[in-house]
Design a protein around this ligand. Structure first.
Ligand code: PEP
Ligand code: MG
Length: 575
């Protein structure tokens, strides 16, 4: 029976596909009923998992014995392989599926508990400890059955895609999926979590904050993800699938109509030109710069190049990547943000475990704590700077010291390159992201030291309102229209203007059409957003009358009653 679950829309578009459940918590296994006609398929799924784990163990044994020919590891792996053949575990679990019409994971875990209990009764301590092997083998099997990000099913023959259903996904998981999935839904997450941003960047429709979505469906079940409305429809009947196929086609048509704006200058009704830049996460996004005819790259999230790896690449590898991006930009400016590592973006083998990572060693704090790593990135950027119009941008500034130290390191990198007779752009501009309220309120110290500013509203809102941007439990408090947020944004734009410093805005607000008149009225003239939003924002700009908007927005900035702000916003956007 078809039913709908409501969550948070984080990445637009429609995906229709088969559910692929991903679990990180192995033993949060639920029982679900398998209809008699599906039992054969369930048994096949189970047998495939056993065969796949058998193969994995053989591979592990080969690797272990090659590394250490005389170690006992091989024997232990054999022990686990024997368990895969043990009728008490495997055959009995199969029988349970047939008898109880239950899912394979559930049958397996039930059987495991029984076997483990028998081991516990054994007096011999060595044999008693073998219960751990049973648990490990079952863990492997369950993981394979549930599918972890590395085990995505092959492409379907019915033309429908795969929809990943998970409790949560890290940005790295999402990047790992990039070419394989039609959409994803998760139990937790917020609209400006980095996972959501990655989904938007990749154009993958997604809904998060669905609470117990994994308990509501099972592997292979049909699911529709409506990333625009923020809903997931489970087991839709034919008429709903038809309706969504039509809706998907209509969305595509709308997108293609907007494409006609590509070569129209982004000018307001009064003729003022507004800069529209693209946010990118790597060279693969540069095609979209061309497709949208953006004015350049306003935010290159360099950390996304390396987030699914154990280590950061060396200077040459980074240089090649930056050079590729600059060449593809063909003379348009590229603003490369130095690594924003930390919080929800960690390296795969990161040993750091912070209790409060969003307030911990993140972004520029991380880079300054790892000067060797930072210097490598700065040298690579400087070397690449001869291939285009590069600017460096520093994330999460809060202290004058941070910018001082960064400038010193940039100078050191330049000095080294001069000595090595390697060319770079001597006048390369250095800017900062204003995304911590302290920086917004004490802007002078940054204005005096930097060449440009960019407002990171995703974090500015998070830190101003003390609301974790990735936590759906507090997402209702994540309010871009909070009077404190509006005043901070406006204050940054004004202060930048007074100092004749270019100010851009690169958080998600820049790509949200509902906020375009507000930001224009505050005086913002440069927006940076995911390329998919550029035409929609351009459409807003073409309709904007700055002479009318500016005084209205100044009045909104004086309000501090949320209801009145919303009312005034509705009038402003004509909603
Ligand atoms: C921001 O904080 O608004 C921003 C653009 O940076 P990120 O989303 O990568 O933290
Ligand atoms: Mg940020």
């Amino acid at each position: 029976m078809s039913f709908t679950v409501h969550g948070l829309p984080v990445s637009q578009g429609i995906a229709i596909g088969h559910a692929h459940l991903v679990s990180h918590a192995l033993f949060e296994i639920n029982r679900y009923h398998v209809a008699p006609r599906h039992i054969a398929a369930e048994l096949e799924r189970f047998d495939n998992a056993v065969a796949s784990v058998e193969g994995e163990l053989l591979g592990l044994k080969a690797a272990a014995t090659a590394a250490q020919p005389h170690s006992e590891v091989g024997a232990f792996i054999d022990l686990q392989r024997m368990m895969l053949e043990d009728p008490v575990l495997v055959e009995a679990a199969r029988a349970r599926i047939e008898e109880h019409h239950c899912n394979a994971e559930w049958a397996l875990v039930q059987q495991m508990e029984m076997v483990v209990e028998q081991f516990r009764q054994i007096e011999d301590p060595y044999l008693r400890e073998r219960q751990a092997d049973v648990v490990q083998v079952v863990e492997r099997l369950v993981k394979t059955l549930l599918g972890d990000p590395g085990h995505l099913p092959p492409r379907r023959k019915d033309g429908l895609g795969t929809v990943v259903v998970a409790h949560d996904l890290s940005p790295a998981d999402t990047i790992g999926f990039r070419d394989h999935i039609a959409g994803f839904v998760t139990d937790i997450g917020g609209p400006t979590s980095h996972t959501a941003i990655v989904a938007r960047n990749l154009g993958i429709p997604a809904v998060v904050g669905l609470h117990h979505i994994r308990d509501l469906l099972h592997n292979n079940e049909l699911i529709i993800v409506d990333g625009t409305r923020g809903i997931a429809i489970i087991d839709p009947d034919e008429s709903i699938v038809e309706e969504y196929l039509l809706r998907r086609a209509a969305l595509e048509l709308e997108r293609s109509k907007l494409k006609r704006l590509r070569d129209t200058p982004a000018a307001t009704l009064g003729g003022e030109l507004i800069q529209l830049y693209a946010n990118i996460s790597g060279p693969q996004d540069m095609g979209q710069l061309k497709e949208t005819n953006a004015d350049g790259v306003g935010l290159f999230r360099t950390e996304f190049l390396f987030i699914d790896r154990d280590t950061l690449p060396d200077e040459d590898e980074q240089y090649e990547i930056y050079r590729t991006v600059l060449k593809a930009a063909a003379g348009k400016p590229v603003t490369a943000r130095t690594f924003d590592i930390g919080a929800d973006k960690t390296l795969a083998n990161s040993a750091r475990d912070e209790p409060n990572p969003a307030l911990g060693l993140r972004a520029i704090r991380y880079s300054l704590a790892e000067p060797k790593l930072f210097l490598t990135q700065l040298r690579a950027l400087l070397r690449a700077s001869t291939h285009g119009k590069l600017q460096i941008m520093v994330p999460m500034l809060a202290h004058a010291d941070e910018i001082e130290q960064t400038l010193t390191l940039i100078e050191k990198a330049k000095e080294e390159l001069r000595e090595e007779k390697i060319k770079f752009d001597e006048a390369l501009p250095v800017g900062g992201m204003i995304e911590v309220p302290a920086a917004a309120l004490a802007l002078g110290m940054f204005v005096r030291r930097l060449d440009f500013l960019s407002i990171g509203t995703n974090d500015l809102i998070q830190y101003t309102l003390a609301v974790d941007r990735g936590n759906e439990a507090v997402v209702h408090l994540y309010d871009p229209l909070h009077p404190a947020v509006l005043r901070l944004i406006s204050g940054i734009i004004q202060a930048g203007g007074r100092a004749s410093l270019p100010v851009s805005l690169c958080g998600e607000m820049a790509g949200t059409p509902a906020y375009t008149p507000l930001l224009l009225g505050m005086g913002l003239r440069s927006f940076s957003m995911h390329p998919a939003h550029i035409f929609g924002i351009k459409q807003q700009i073409l309709r904007a009358d700055l002479a009318d908007l500016t005084p209205k927005v100044q009045r909104i900035l004086k309000l501090d009653e949320p209801a009145r702000i919303r009312e005034a916003m509705e009038k402003l956007t004509g909603a």
